[in-house]
Design a protein around this ligand. Structure first.
Ligand code: ADP
Ligand code: MG
Length: 356
């Protein structure tokens, strides 16, 4: 089988390549020509574009379940769309493969297709190349959002509460102890949440957690401060609150006494590969957010708040330089954490050397 046969057999005929939002027009054209023609963008909407690469031995192991890899390749990009409050539209798929393995492709396309159908996103093209070293899978996803209404990283306000969706911590725990755990292999992009937050104008800012809560929180602060000069913000995060939304693997490790609760919370602070949303919302939005949690059947936990930055009182540890976040231990005490203790996944560190 050559490249063309592969595309025909596994992608061109798949449901995701035949339907979905981006192909929902008689003048649209999917896989097969030199380029795809998408349905016209509805008036008053903006195109949102994001791309992510998953590289063998870096983001996944060679013997990963290919169905899960197909799911995850698309899920990580859908998570970016979710964080912008966008509706999925269309995506492309670039495959860098050493060779053509039919069962692998069959399973990979099945995982990819199922998630695409679930969210109505059309597979409209891609590229297939052979490589000698590491394989890779690259997805570029497009979404739509009403003009000027996307959820951004900037926009934090003093007094905002910080919220996270779902549970945290299993991403990093799995990386070390259980590389085949559900959280790592089957992330669930929080699209309904992102769109509802945008639609109901509940959130001031949002980001998805791919590199770890501490690191994403730093991004929210940095972007918000950069865009509104003179605003100096501090985020306060309470491990007590975070302990309410630890992932099931991490909770099990605590009950086995493999970790104490504070260690587990600190793992959750650093854990990447979560694909949950971290968002900031004014206090007044709390009842609507709790109602949304019920409606979506998704845990939403307030884990902290944002304040105007204050000078450090004498005798208290200085805030860490990770975007001036303050972390409070289970008894409410200010924790003095080094940057290392908060670091998430470093993509430029050799795979075997990650601090977990
Ligand atoms: P070109 O030589 O013009 O780049 P290709 O032969 O690479 O065209 O691709 C032929 C068609 O198949 C195009 O529509 C392209 O978008 C699609 N395609 C190629 N690889 C993939 C893939 N991995 N997944 C989905 N569509 C693909
Ligand atoms: Mg090509």
């Amino acid at each position: 089988m050559d490249e063309f046969g592969l595309i025909q057999a596994y992608f061109a005929g798949s449901s995701a390549a035949q339907q979905g939002n981006g192909l929902d027009h008689k003048q649209s054209l999917g896989i097969g020509d030199d380029a795809a023609l998408l349905a016209p963008i509805p008036q008053g909407q903006q195109l949102v574009v994001t791309t992510d690469s998953l590289v063998e031995n870096r983001h996944y192991l060679s013997d990963v379940d290919p169905t899960a890899l197909g799911h995850k390749a698309l899920a990580v990009s859908l998570s970016d769309l979710a964080a912008m409050g966008a509706k999925p539209w269309a995506f492309t798929l670039n495959l860098h493969l050493r060779c053509i393995r039919k069962p692998w492709l069959e399973a990979f396309s099945k995982g990819l297709n199922a998630l695409a159908l679930e969210h109505g996103i059309s597979l409209v093209g891609g590229d297939t190349v052979s490589v000698q070293a590491e394989e890779a899978v690259v997805v570029t996803a497009m979404g739509l959002v009403p003009l000027g209404q996307a959820l951004l990283r900037e926009g934090l306000q003093p007094g905002d509460e910080l919220w996270v969706s779902g549970s945290l911590g299993d991403g990093m725990y799995a990386l070390k102890h259980k590389p085949y755990a559900n959280k790592l292999l089957w992330p669930q992009p929080r699209l309904a949440l992102g769109q509802a937050l945008r639609n109901q104008q509940l959130a001031h800012a949002a980001i998805d957690i791919s590199d770890g809560l501490a690191s994403e929180l730093g991004h929210l602060l940095e972007r918000s401060q950069a865009r509104s000069q003179g605003l100096e913000l501090t985020a306060h995060v309470y491990l007590q609150s975070l302990s309410q939304c630890l992932g099931p693997e991490l909770k099990a490790a605590v009950s086995r006494n493999d970790l104490d609760l504070q260690q587990a919370c600190l793992l959750a602070v650093r854990s990447g590969d979560e694909y949950e949303l971290l968002f900031a919302a004014p206090l007044a939005a709390r009842p609507a957010i709790l109602a949304l949690a019920l409606q979506l059947n998704l845990r939403l936990t307030p884990i902290g708040r944002v304040d105007l930055r204050q000078a450090c009182p004498a005798g208290q540890p200085a805030t860490t330089d990770m975007g001036q976040n303050r972390w409070y231990g289970l008894e409410g005490q200010v924790l003095s954490l080094s940057q290392d203790a908060l670091a998430g996944f470093n993509h430029f560190q050799p795979a075997g050397d990650q601090e977990t």
